[in-house]
Structures are given as structure tokens and as C-alpha cells.
Ligand binder design. Structure first.
Ligand code: BTN
Length: 287
């Protein structure tokens, strides 16, 4: 085991997350890039935890997974339903010399990379709703939450949080306020080993975090485009105090959403922005 790899809590069943098994399934490069790996039986939120750790000097490459989150966080202030032992809740801390403002595009990269990994293990029909909602059959399979802290001119600490519904019971699913799906259904009932899945995602994420540092968003645009769930669709953008309608043109080179409106093309950056299909009502459809 690499120094600093710990398991906080019980680990009786082979199905539980296991630091040794994750490390064994990683590529040599992935293993080298991980400075610290923590698996918690229960935590408030893996993202919140790593943001706290980042503030006290945790190194680049600190990886945290949990069997359950008591206060899992989603985008736009929503909560993320995080029952024990069923799904994947994973956060990675990465440090960049660049300022926080330069890292916004990674929000799209994270979604594209996770979708690509799942496609490689046999999940067909995946789609991304800008910026990074992972959908299947218009139902939510996973999501990413990126949080960043740093100086205006850099450096920055980026926490990439990834949540994937792997095996959600209908009981737990009732707490989710939108249509959802889990990987077991997407894969036609095949069982997914969560340690292997975690390693595949972490390997791909590390590659992407390193490449983004060298080359920015550009090399990932085509991958994201290939999963675009909304391109060509009539849609609504919900801002804090207004709603803008138009046809989705895709994403710009900086990751902004391009919308063709009655007043011409407008671009939106991820943040406090929500995208809906024109035909979805206020309280329905994926968010
Ligand atoms: C979304 O709203 O789509 C984003 C969901 C992100 C959930 C993950 S689970 C691991 C990490 N810890 C959190 O509290 N949230 C993210």
C-alpha cells in the first residue's frame, strides 16, 4: 500500500471499497500520481472534506472515496442521495499554478471522461447534459461537482467530485427528485465491481487533469460533443431571475453553452445556470 492510504471503518465484505484493490487496478502512472488515498465508511461529503483538507495543505493527488455521505452535495446547491455501499462517491484534489478562473472548463472534461470510461465498460446510449450531467434514457446516472479555491492569480486547488449511481435500491431512489437510473440497469443487470470502476475512473481522471494543465479544454471538446444530449434541441436556460429560450448550438471552445435565441446567439457559462428541454415542465425532467 502507498504511504498515507487508509481505510476508515469496517471492510468485511469483498464488495466494499478497498484501497488495496483500487491501487492494484490502477495503471503505474495512476498509482504514482496518487499522493494519498482515503476510504471512509461515512463522511459528510467527500468534496467538502477535500476542500477542508486542501486548505490545510493536503497534496495534489489526494483521493477520497466514501461508502456513504450524510450530506452529499450536488450542483446548484442540491443534495446528492448517497446511501451506503451502493454507489460511487469519489473526490480528487488537484493543484494547479493557474488561477481558479482558468479551471472552469474542467467541469466539462470531468463529465466527458467519466462517460467515456462507462462506455468502455459497455454502457451504450450515454449522454451529457451541459455542463456535466450524465444521463441515460434522459434519466440521471451520475453527476460531477467541481469546487475550486485559490488566489486570483493562482495557484488553485481544484476538487473534482464524481457521483455515479451503481446499484440504487428503489427505496433510496425515492429520495431523488428527478428521473434516475443506475449502472446495473444500463448494463442490463450485470454486476459492476466498484473498486475496478473507481480505478478506471481515477486513471482516466488523472490523465485528463494532467493533460488539461498542458493543453486546456481543446483536446476534450470532440469527446464532449459526442455525448451532447441537447444539440439542436429547443431549450430553456434558467438564470436566477429570468428564463431564456432558444435552440442549443453546442459548446464553444471555452466550454460555454451556445444558444440561438430570437436576439441572436448567446453564450452561457456553467455556474448558477440550469438547462431544460423546452418541453420539460418546472418540476420534471432532468435538471
Ligand atoms: C450533480 O448535481 O449532478 C453533481 C453531483 C456530484 C456528487 C458527488 S458524490 C462525490 C462528491 N461529493 C459530494 O458531496 N458531491 C460529489
Amino acid at each position: 500500500m502507498i504511504p498515507g492510504s487508509t481505510f476508515h471503518g469496517r471492510n468485511a465484505s469483498p464488495d466494499l471499497l478497498d484501497a488495496e484493490r483500487i491501487l492494484a487496478a490502477l495503471s503505474p502512472g495512476g498509482r504514482r500520481a496518487i499522493a494519498r488515498l482515503e476510504i471512509h465508511a461515512e463522511i459528510d461529503s467527500t468534496n467538502r472534506y477535500l476542500m477542508r483538507e486542501a486548505a490545510t495543505g493536503a497534496p495534489c493527488g489526494t483521493l477520497c472515496l466514501a461508502e456513504c455521505q450524510t450530506a452529499g452535495r450536488g450542483r446548484l446547491g442540491r443534495s446528492w442521495v448517497s446511501p451506503f455501499g451502493a454507489n460511487l462517491y469519489l473526490s480528487m484534489l488537484w493543484r494547479y499554478k493557474a488561477p481558479p478562473a482558468a479551471l472552469g472548463g474542467f467541469s466539462l472534461v470531468a463529465g466527458a471522461v467519466v462517460a467515456d470510461v462507462l462506455r468502455r465498460i459497455g454502457a451504450g446510449g450515454l449522454a451529457l447534459k451541459w455542463p456535466n450531467d450524465l444521463l441515460w434514457d434522459r434519466r440521471k446516472l451520475g453527476g460531477m461537482l467541481l469546487e475550486v479555491a485559490g488566489e486570483a492569480k493562482g495557484p488553485s486547488a481544484l476538487v473534482v467530485g464524481i457521483g455515479i449511481n451503481v446499484r440504487m435500491t428503489p427505496d433510496h431512489g425515492r429520495a431523488i427528485d428527478q428521473p434516475w437510473v443506475d449502472l446495473a440497469e444500463v448494463l442490463g443487470g450485470s454486476r459492476v465491481d466498484r473498486n475496478t470502476l473507481a480505478a478506471l475512473i481515477v486513471d482516466a481522471l488523472i490523465d485528463a487533469l494532467e493533460r488539461f494543465d498542458r493543453e486546456g479544454l481543446t483536446p476534450f471538446l470532440a469527446l464532449w460533443d459526442g455525448f451532447d444530449a441537447f444539440r439542436g434541441e429547443q431549450a430553456r436556460i434558467l438564470l436566477a431571475d429570468q428564463e431564456i429560450r432558444g435552440r442549443v448550438l453546442g459548446i464553444a471552445s471555452d466550454g460555454a453553452l451556445r444558444l440561438e435565441t430570437a436576439d441572436g446567439e448567446r453564450r452561457f457559462h456553467a455556474g448558477d445556470v440550469s438547462l431544460r428541454r423546452e418541453c420539460d415542465g418546472e418540476g420534471e425532467g432532468e435538471r
